[in-house]
Design a protein. Structure first.
Length: 247
């Protein structure tokens, strides 16, 4: 899988041979995800998980980065992560028109994030840009995260919105004049877009070393995305299950 290849590249760049002296975990993660395109509805991914954190730099699955600030109330990170949610393969399209469009590639986003932790939850903000020049886009996120401990099960809730600038939105959901002529679909040149979302997750430690988690997220697509001739949905969702062993 393409996102696993990029993950291995990031991992090779960031983990030195002495990395295993700090907190380290291995596991497996499966994901069921939908897309907005008039195409194959559901995608299933199963990838290995690697987690490492020494309070200076970290690896968290397909994300890696460095802490500029980390204490009990603040986390400021420089990061890179694999962005694959909106990737599109023409061979997955429904109908001849969708199959004649160009591929929308996954990419690596790099940027900065800040999380402020309070007694009432956490405020998370992030901005990142495409580093492979596939979309040449910029994305940002603002969200509130809350947690609750219920009978040794940690419950998490998150509500927020993702913003994509015009270049990002056009790359994944726009249709160029050349594509329109080839496919018969209308040309579409969207502007920036907002995608509100809600996420629920649960984490449970089976033993001192083993832990499992589930996560579900729903994205409410904006009019800018819904009006694309490539799209026939109002929202998308994903469901994740994972199991980790902590060394």
């Amino acid at each position: 899988m393409h996102h696993f290849k990029i993950f291995c590249l990031l991992l090779a760049i960031t983990i030195p041979t002495s990395a295993f002296s700090s907190s380290f975990s291995l596991g497996v993660q499966t994901e069921l995800a939908t897309q907005a395109y008039k195409a194959k509805r559901t995608h299933f991914y199963a990838i290995p998980y690697v987690g490492y954190d020494n309070d200076v730099w970290y690896v968290d699955g397909i994300e890696t980065g460095f802490y500029l600030l980390k204490d009990a109330e603040n986390e400021l990170k420089l990061k890179a992560y694999y962005y694959y949610e909106d990737a599109y393969r023409p061979e997955d399209g429904h109908g001849e028109a969708m199959k004649r469009l160009n591929k929308r590639r996954a990419t690596v986003m790099s940027g900065i994030s800040y999380q402020r932790i309070t007694p009432w939850g956490a405020i998370f903000t992030q901005v990142a840009a495409d580093t492979l020049n596939n979309s040449k886009g910029v994305v940002a996120t603002a969200a509130y995260i809350g947690e609750l401990n219920v009978n040794s099960v940690m419950l998490y809730g998150e509500i927020g919105t993702d913003w994509s600038n015009a270049q990002q939105t056009r790359y994944y959901y726009g249709i160029s004049q050349e594509e329109a002529e080839r496919s018969g679909l209308n040309e579409y040149r969207p502007h920036q877009s907002l995608t509100p979302f809600i996420m629920l997750a649960a984490e449970y430690k089976f033993t001192q070393y083993w832990e499992g988690y589930i996560e579900s997220r729903y994205n409410f697509l904006s009019k800018t995305v819904r009006h694309s001739p490539m799209v026939d949905r109002d929202g998308t969702y994903n469901f994740v299950i994972g199991l980790n062993y902590n060394f």
